[in-house]
Ligand binder design. Structure first.
Ligand code: CMP
Length: 226
């Protein structure tokens, strides 16, 4: 996909004309990261805004005990790095290439300029940030649950919304994270994840094949786990 086509498919840029997208693409640089490479680090000062053009990026924090907590998995067309540019604080989390990834990078000055020039982009950015707070609220709620099935169910729902594609009510998540990553999202152990996935499979709610997980009836799944 060309950079212009990719930018046009980014929800926050959906209002820009092709000329404006072209101007924007001139201001962006491109960078590739190998699987597991760090893109940005928690607590560093940041000067850049990122849009994912290929691959998946995981957003993490490290707990006091040194455990990785996954806050989000972001896919193609998603952005990150906006928070420290907006509030002037250090990076709030780590961003790590979950598989080989490519990002488009905008400098702080150009990012702020863009928001000032196109208030519609600022409003779309706020809408996406509101949606991320909602997802985080769900994650906090799920972490407080003692019922492991519910925790894993809510984590799968989050992944379905972030990375899944829906077809006739069935959501498919290709490139499923490993069970240890699911455990880092759900605040539980890998063994519990394995047990709960088997249980959900037995109940006919999910199917697994290689790296793909499908949720058979997403409406029912949402009703059960939200
Ligand atoms: P920034 O703080 O500049 O650097 C880390 C980035 O991770 C942050 O900007 C956001 O873009 C992203 N981020 C932090 N917390 C979350 C979250 N809960 N969900 C999605 N993205 C997040």
């Amino acid at each position: 996909m060309s950079d212009i086509k990719l930018l046009a498919s980014v929800p926050i840029f959906s209002e820009l004309t092709s000329l404006e997208l072209e101007e924007l693409s001139f201001r962006m640089s491109k960078q590739r990261y190998k699987k597991n490479n760090m893109i940005l680090m928690e607590d560093e000062f940041g000067d850049t805004f990122f849009i994912i053009s290929k691959g998946i990026v995981k957003i993490t924090r490290i707990s006091e005990e040194g455990r990785e907590v996954i806050l989000a998995m972001l896919g193609e067309g998603d952005f990150f790095g906006e928070m420290s540019l907006l509030d002037g604080e250090t990076r709030s989390a780590n961003a790590i290439a979950f598989d080989d990834a490519e990002v488009l990078i905008l400098k702080r000055h150009d990012f702020i300029d863009l928001l000032q020039k196109y208030p519609k982009i600022a409003i779309s950015l706020l809408a996406e940030m509101a949606s991320r707070i909602r997802k985080s609220d769900h994650q906090i709620e799920s972490l407080s649950l003692s019922d492991a099935e519910h925790r894993i169910g809510m984590t799968l729902m989050r992944l379905a919304k972030d990375l899944g594609t829906i077809h006739h009510g069935v959501v498919e998540i290709t490139k499923m994270p490993y069970q240890k990553d699911l455990a880092s999202m759900a605040g539980t152990s890998r063994e519990t994840v394995s047990r709960m996935l088997k249980l959900l499979e037995k109940k006919g709610m999910i199917k697994r094949q290689a790296h793909t997980l499908s949720i058979q009836d997403f409406t029912l799944f949402k009703r059960t786990f939200s």
